[in-house]
Design a protein around this ligand. Sequence first.
Ligand code: HEC
Ligand code: HEC
Length: 274
Amino acid sequence: MGAALTVGAVLPLAADEDAQLVVNGEIEMVTRAEAPPHVDGIREVISGWVFRSDETQALQMDDFDNPGMIFVDQARDMFGTVIGSEDKSCASCHENPEALRGVRAVYPKWDQAAGEVQTLEMQVNECLTQQMGADPLGYTSGDMTNMVALISSVSRGMPVDVAVDGPAQSTWEMGEELYYTRTGQLELSCASCHEQNYGNMIRADHLSQGHINGFPTYRLKNAKLNAVHARFKGCVRDTRAETFAPGSPEFVALELYLASRGNGLSVEGPSVRN
Ligand code: HEC
Ligand code: HEC
């Protein structure tokens, strides 16, 4: 670890050890699971929810308390709204958001026609531009992040299950390499914090394993839903390195790799974080 990184005393996970995440009294989340075989550095994968304070944890346990659900409702309206030259709404082809149940769990995913691994954001923009004759949404814009949260919300409780082999393998390998590459003035990799120091305090924050099964996340800090690539940007900046752009091939690869580290955890988005 770089000297500039002050990691405090180990905060035992014991306080949260038995905490169970059940949303609305019915969706039972897997917040701890055996690490998938393609992950070397950790034996158990633990959801970011486990590392948050009791108060923050509680906000995610009921949709009436989860401020992220307001944005999901906004996206639900958008889902039924006609836009673009083809006079279609999302609902014209995908009856309702629930028809997209299961989709979040397997993205990012190889798209045969496009010949690339696609994130949910890329798929939504493909539908907007190619199916609806509408303009694409900004990659981490509010409307896009809310729509991704809606699509995620209908898969809550399902195990993350992204494919790491087949045509997606080279993208996955690129993501793995990015995850372990030390960058910036502080010479830190994602692994320096999220694999080697999870459970420790960094400044006032309790370090998690940095999974993305809870994305988009509603953050108390900025009172809106936050996209995965926006979080990547923040974390890379913290290492004082040049960051990649949201939607860039590097961040898409990193997202696939990170999603795969959480294979077996439940889809939680929209989650609540500090
Ligand atoms: C004119 C029909 C049409 C409209 C309108 C449309 N889509 Fe799609 N959508 C498709 C088709 C066809 C596919 C599958 C082919 C593909 O991958 O592009 C698809 C795939 C998807 C998928 C991936 C499903 C999977 O199993 O991988 C998502 C998510 C999605 N659409 C979201 C949306 C959203 C959100 C909107 C509105 C902004 C929308 N779509 C509007 C036709 C449409
Ligand atoms: C200097 C330490 C540090 C480094 C290096 C770092 N992060 Fe983070 N990251 C944090 C902190 C602190 C948080 C907020 C607390 C938490 O959830 O761990 C965080 C949160 C996250 C989260 C949100 C987790 C959740 O459950 O909401 C993700 C995802 C993430 N980081 C990914 C990355 C990726 C990818 C990299 C490498 C490009 C990276 N981080 C590098 C410190 C770091």
